[in-house]
Design a protein around this ligand. Structure first.
Ligand code: ATP
Ligand code: MG
Length: 300
């Protein structure tokens, strides 16, 4: 069964609800992130969910935080274990176990720290029009999905819910967060992306681009927050299917997108996915987890 919505009966205050995650205030300095099995495509959330998706994505974020990216700066991860949670939450383990994560609550910088290794999506659209990516000049004659010589830091504003983020030139980050933090965020973003990209490449996955968020801790450190390097926050491509000069299939959502388009319901709210689409999509999340972590998924 998929879990599409959490309900802790007022035990904790709900701080925010995103497309996928329900975020609760655990204490003055900790938050509880709960990744549901909700899935969105073309900006709308489906009515039914993908069983285990929230657990797989939580486990994947935890994997990056605690292994590959552990030594690239600080991150907000504290624990994903039920034992860490207070007694009053234990009775909600069916909703929380395996899909929740305690993190340090930080002051979030108002910038989406996007790193792009490949020319695709909105960057490709801008490049075709003006030869630039977020206003940065890039070499002429590049084709769609081609790798940049070096990854680009291409931030965007962090828009309020329901609004679209706006792509900005990296130099404009300083106006949002100040010069010193802007430099630090760019440096960390590129280092994190490069480390993850090289790791994933050896396992058959291209991380075409990704989005990081950062917060500030009480000691003035810039800390990696949010989810990291999941199919929801990144563009993954299968290396074996990759070919430059055309668009690439979405790693996890291609079945769903095709079905929505073919059924003429793309962009319509309240859509129920048929079992077959749920199953195919679910397989992709399992596959991403297993390829990247190198270990078999075990349901907790
Ligand atoms: N350690 C942290 N401390 C405080 N806030 C955090 C921390 N980590 C992440 N956040 C914030 O928590 C929120 C998580 O929201 P979530 O990503 O679920 O939804 P959203 O960003 O509003 O929408 P979307 O579903 O499109 O991502 C984000 O605003 C993020 O900046
Ligand atoms: Mg978000």
């Amino acid at each position: 069964m998929a879990l599409t919505c959490t309900d802790l009966r007022g035990t904790l205050p709900l701080l925010a609800q995103g497309k996928v995650r329900d975020v609760y205030t655990l204490s003055s300095d900790h938050l509880l992130f709960v990744a549901t099995d909700r899935i969105s495509a073309y900006d709308v959330i489906m009515k039914n969910g993908i069983p285990n998706k929230g657990k797989l994505l939580t486990a994947l974020s935890e994997f990056w935080f605690t292994t590959v990216l552990k030594d690239v700066g600080l991150n907000h991860f504290v624990s994903s274990s039920m034992e860490f949670l207070p007694e009053k939450l234990q009775k909600y383990s069916a909703q929380l176990k395996g899909r929740s994560m305690v993190v340090k609550r930080l002051k979030i910088f108002p910038v989406e720290a996007i790193v792009r290794g490949y020319l695709t999506g909105s960057a490709w659209i801008e490049y075709k029009k003006s030869g630039t990516v977020h206003g940065i000049r890039v070499p002429e004659g590049m084709v769609e999905s081609q790798a940049f010589e070096k990854p680009l830091f291409t931030p965007s504003t962090k828009a309020a819910q329901g609004k679209h983020d706006e792509n900005i030139h990296p130099d404009k980050t300083a106006q949002l967060v100040g010069h010193e933090y802007a430099k630090e965020i760019e440096k960390l973003s590129l280092a994190l992306y490069t480390k993850a990209r090289d790791y994933a490449a050896e396992r058959g996955i291209i991380i075409a681009d990704t989005k990081f968020e950062f917060g500030l801790d009480e000691d003035g450190n810039v800390v990696l927050v949010d989810e990291v390097l999941t199919p929801d926050s990144s563009r993954f491509w299968l290396s074996s299917a990759y070919r430059a000069g055309r668009s690439q299939d979405s790693y996890d959502k291609q079945f769903l997108r095709n079905w929505l388009t073919e059924s003429g319901v793309k962009g319509r709210p309240g859509i129920v996915m048929p079992d077959e689409i749920v199953l195919e999509t679910s397989k992709k999340y399992h596959e991403a987890y297993e390829l990247l972590t190198g270990s078999e998924w075990k349901e907790t």
